[in-house]
Design a protein around this ligand. Structure first.
Ligand code: TYD
Length: 205
């Protein structure tokens, strides 16, 4: 049994989740909770090397290879960072996790969703987040936020990001208890309030 809590933050590039994860981390720490703020891909060590390839390699990367690299990063992250921190009772705040692979490599790149779901289970040894928050925003706004300097993933184009967005909404429909969607075009303060409402419900169950 986990002693801690595992919360993941998801959404398309430029959705504002990184600002929100930092605000939540600050709030929890100010309220005496022990947290671990982490991310995928590339939390630390080997993951940082994989992140460099995933975001900056400028040669051909097949969708299948791309998915295995994200999954390899995830396996290392779960085994070496997330599980030990959960076992020590921490609240894990993770910027992207399994749903990113379903949304980006599944819905976005067109790989089989059931296959990605099975591979995610292998990579995480079946560990599931207690709560996943999807920050939903229209693609035009999110691409404006990303700006002109784009990494390999961010350069995938509007059509790709529309599919990613729809993918996240599908995931939320399939798992409504775990996955909650927040409209990310609201103000930072209002979104933070909604995040707190969702997170505070976790302690009550
Ligand atoms: P990052 O700079 O961390 O983006 P963000 O700040 O938006 O989270 O880059 C991670 C990129 O990798 C992002 O474009 C999403 C993508 N990604 C996948 O395609 N599949 C995955 O499984 C994960 C974890 C990320």
């Amino acid at each position: 049994m986990n002693k801690g809590f595992f919360i993941t933050f998801e959404g398309a590039d430029g959705c504002g989740k990184t600002t929100q994860i930092e605000l939540l981390n600050k709030y929890l720490q100010e309220n005496g909770k022990e947290t671990l703020l982490t991310r995928e891909p590339g939390a630390k060590g080997l993951g940082v090397k994989l992140r460099e390839i995933l975001l900056n390699y400028d040669g051909e990367v097949s969708p299948n290879c791309e998915s295995f690299l994200f999954l390899a990063d995830r396996a290392q992250h779960v085994d070496c960072i997330i599980k030990p921190a959960l076992d020590s009772g921490k609240i894990i705040l993770c910027d992207r996790h399994t749903d990113s692979t379903v949304a980006y490599q599944g819905y976005g790149r067109g790989l089989d969703i059931d296959r990605i779901t099975s591979l995610n289970i292998i990579a995480t040894s079946g560990l599931k987040p207690d709560l996943t928050i999807v920050f939903d925003i229209d693609v035009e706004t999110s691409m404006e936020r990303v700006g002109k300097t784009k990494d390999r993933m961010e350069s995938a184009g509007m059509e790709f990001f529309n599919k990613v967005r729809q993918g996240y909404l599908e995931i939320a429909k399939k798992e409504p208890n775990r996955v909650k969607v927040i409209n990310s075009s609201d103000t930072i303060e209002n979104i933070h309030k909604q995040v707190l409402e969702l997170v505070n419900k976790l302690w009550q169950v």
